[in-house]
Design a protein around this ligand. Structure first.
Ligand code: CIR
Length: 262
């Protein structure tokens, strides 16, 4: 089933950050994100997705869930199906039920992960494969349960490992096209991308690896000039977007939308 289904999208769903984003989870204490600046970055992000021709639905902020702007962790859209996940952090568990009504309205019905834990940030979809990274948020039971849902949708499953100290599998990689993955060296060196072409992140710019291909452009976090030049030299059309506020709470570009075609 090779084609364009891993990067050509008609729709995206996103959720506004709330004032409570300053209480978002993070691995290391640091500066709190500023809700107003985050909102401005989020608007620029959703507008950029829309400018590719997609319909973008922006859901209201959920103050009771500080990390709910990172909507990708609560659900996965694959093969025309929305799957409600079970996020692995206790404070984020309720985000799954909270996103279900919006996805039911768009898809008509949804499937649900019934056991284990999976954060969507640990799932990299290619056209015919789901690479699922075991991590502090995603466990074997969740991988097994998700595989059972994805296989009838035409995805083989490859269980891979998120490097120690890295929040999510996709913190360190992103899809560039149906056969090409951009990855940090520390992740690529694990051999998890066998069969794909890998473009390695530039040393010192590893944080740029959390990029997304959404229709024609690749969206890259601004502030990584060597990565920008590398991707352009490889022939990709690149749009840079600030995600500095998301980064203060360990988020990036991929986490802030669900991307799919109907
Ligand atoms: C968290 O720790 O869950 C959030 N502060 C950041 C989630 C980022 N999501 C992602 O990488 N998929």
């Amino acid at each position: 089933m090779k084609g364009e289904r891993s990067w050509r999208f008609s729709h995206a769903v996103s959720r506004l950050p709330g004032e409570s984003i300053a209480s978002g989870l993070r691995a290391q204490a640091g500066t709190d994100p500023d809700p107003k600046t985050f909102l401005a970055e989020h608007r620029a992000y959703t507008r950029a997705l829309e400018e590719t021709g997609a319909k973008v639905t922006v859901l209201d902020a959920l103050e009771e869930f500080p990390d709910s702007v990172f909507i990708e962790d609560a659900a996965l859209c694959a093969g025309g199906t929305a799957i409600i996940l079970r996020p692995g952090a206790e404070s984020r568990y309720g985000e799954a039920a909270a996103v279900a009504p919006a996805l039911e309205a768009i898809f008509g019905s949804v499937k649900r992960l019934e056991r284990g834990f999976v954060d969507g940030g640990d799932v990299l979809l290619t056209d015919d494969e789901a690479l699922i990274g075991m991590s502090e948020r995603t466990d074997q039971e969740g991988v097994d349960a998700l595989s059972e849902i994805l296989e009838p949708l035409g995805y083989r499953t490859r269980t891979v490992h998120t490097p120690p100290g890295v929040l999510h599998f996709k913190s360190d990689c992103g899809l560039l096209d149906s056969n090409t993955i951009f990855s940090t060296a520390r992740l690529a060196n694990s051999g998890c991308f066998e069969g794909y072409r890998v473009i390695e992140a530039v040393a010192g710019e590893e944080a740029a690896a959390n990029l997304i291909r959404f229709n024609d452009p690749v969206f890259l976090r601004s502030g990584f000039p060597k990565t920008l030049a590398l991707l352009q030299s490889e022939g990709y059309k690149v749009i840079t977007l600030s995600a500095d506020q998301a980064a203060l709470v360990d988020g990036g570009l991929s986490c802030m939308s669900l991307r799919f075609s109907l």
